[in-house]
Design a binder for this molecule. Structure first.
Ligand SMILES: [Zn+2]
Length: 257
């Protein structure tokens, strides 16, 4: 598991809502910050200014416009190294990531985890008990398949599921309530999902984002992560199917929901 070098302090995460329903995150330790994704620059620049932070790096999960549209403007204000997948096209990119990679940034260590499926080139970033899951693992569901394959997406989710149970998941979009409603359309009486929907609605009604969600809670309440469970297979009339087949059917149904 990645360890933080030179410091015992736990980093904190600032969640910055951008665009219609995207998130940018700042991983903060003291006055230093690492930015994850850059769908829009203005709110991120304001947060950096208001909290008197210095930006050490920008990490990109994937190159869909709603994750990189603010990159140039943010970098112009805060020149710093940019790291991201191999299809990231920005002249200040110091590292194109092709495979699992340990990133050491001013003493902070993050693990880039190769997670294709939503799109062909996607990375999640993990440090301490924090996971930035981009659009692969969305709280309550997973991303659509936009260039990757269902099998890749299932494998990627399985990798993330094996991180420590207390990992806090910070994902790319605020879709959680809708995702849980979809899950209840398949498993209407599921107590864990019903309770999670109530929890999330309470947070949203306070004006807070739905995340982060602990990974073990996510594994109990995200129907896509439960594709290997008998109750989900049964609900889809796929009792003899394997987990990946069940996952693919769930993804197909969600696309048409
Ligand atoms: Zn995306």
């Amino acid at each position: 598991m990645p360890k933080r070098l030179g410091s015992k302090a736990m980093p904190t995460v600032m969640t910055i809502p951008v665009l219609r329903d995207n998130f940018v995150y700042l991983l903060i330790e003291g006055e230093r910050a690492i930015c994850i994704d850059a769908g829009e620059a203005g709110p991120v620049i304001a947060a950096i200014r208001d909290h008197k932070l210095t930006l050490d790096a920008i990490l990109i999960t994937h190159t869909h416009y709603d994750h990189i549209d603010g990159l140039t403007a943010l970098h112009d204000q805060h020149p710093c190294p940019i790291m991201g997948p191999s299809d990231l096209d920005h002249p200040a990119t110091i590292r194109h990531i092709n495979d699992d990679t340990e990133l050491v940034i001013d003493g902070a260590t993050l693990q880039a985890i190769k997670t294709p499926g939503h799109c062909p080139h996607h990375f999640a970033y993990h440090t301490e008990s924090i996971l930035f899951s981009g659009d692969v693992l969305l709280t309550g569901a997973c991303g659509r398949i936009l260039g990757g394959t269902p099998s890749q997406l299932w494998q990627s989710l399985n990798r993330l599921m094996h991180l420590p149970a207390d990992t806090k998941v910070y994902c790319g979009h605020e879709y959680t309530e809708d995702n849980l409603r979809f899950a209840l359309s398949i498993l209407p009486d599921d107590p864990a999902i019903t309770q999670q929907l109530a929890n999330i609605q309470a947070r949203l009604s306070q004006g807070d984002p739905s995340g982060p969600v602990r990974l073990d809670d996510e594994i109990r309440t995200n129907i896509f992560l439960r594709s290997g469970n008998a109750d989900v297979a049964q609900a889809l009339n796929m009792a003899n199917a394997d987990a990946e087949q069940v996952f693919i059917e769930l993804r197909r149904r969600k696309d048409h929901w």
